[in-house]
Write a protein that binds this ligand. Sequence first.
Ligand SMILES: [Zn+2]
Length: 176
Amino acid sequence: MIMIKDVIKKGSPILRKKNVPVTNFAEIQTIIEDLNDTIDYLKTTHEYKRGIGLAAPQIGKNVQITVAESAQGKRYVLINPKIVETSNVKKPIKEGCISFLQYRAFVNRYDWVKVQAYNEKGEEYTVEGKDNFAMLLQHEIDHLNGILYFDHLPNKEMDLVPVEDFPSVERSNIKN
Ligand SMILES: [Zn+2]
């Protein structure tokens, strides 16, 4: 059965709670299905040019599971993920979040990361991402630590830019 979950919105304490690591992979299959179904649905409502990701706390489950799909459509289930290697420098990458779709911002992110995680079968694997997919992996792992992307901005939420105004302020918003 396809289950589309309501996405928890900015301001909910659920997004800031501690997310527990997965120990029993049989118990979490429904959460993974719900994340996948909800992403499939969201993709019918909006175009996600930089890829799309959804973390379990965003559907109300405080466990360390996230699903991330690259702009090319390759989807990964990441359970208990950890960044194990990064590029040396961070650069501003345009970013948004499913929990507050009406905003974007440039966030300084590593432009390459290697992540170690478990898949839905409990098998350990590594995945590498660069540019937008590196941003997405960092964004999703932040969710599992209760961190939202505007936390990285100098003035926090003050620096979020409403999407409809974004093109005109895109250049001036880049901070070196
Ligand atoms: Zn997000």
